[in-house]
Design a protein around this ligand. Sequence first.
Ligand code: DQA
Length: 147
Amino acid sequence: MSKPIFILNGPNLNLLGTREPEIYGHTSLADLKAMCEARAAKRGHELFFEQSNSEEQIIDWVHEAINGADGLIINPAAFTHTSVAILDALMNVTCPIIELHISNPHKREPFRHHSYTTFAAQGLIAGLGVNGYIHAVDAIADMLAAD
Ligand code: DQA
């Protein structure tokens, strides 16, 4: 039986649409969720799409993904650059993981150049704006179709 694709979003992404729009664009998190759900439905997948400002909550969702997800797309936001704990959680996930960033952290401040979490990811999408999420859904769907 197929399981949902998890899309997990880290801190401050609840402010999408109004947060530094020159960097993150004008699409709200609710609109992004609707875009992702439409794309996933087209590819025959259900989504579990969530956002939290809490590291603990994100870790708990990653734990749920261990047995509960067919694929995991994660934008850890600022936790990308700080969280060994999220990396440790991700290391237990056996389904495909894509790390995603709306902006390109490598074109930004030096403290954004290091990611703890990429070590656990199959792939990385960055700098494509919120459309990166659609590419990530397609990439996971393609990987699952190839299985
Ligand atoms: C981000 C990039 C991170 O450096 C930043 O802390 C974010 C968002 C992105 O999607 O571009 O909150 O992950």
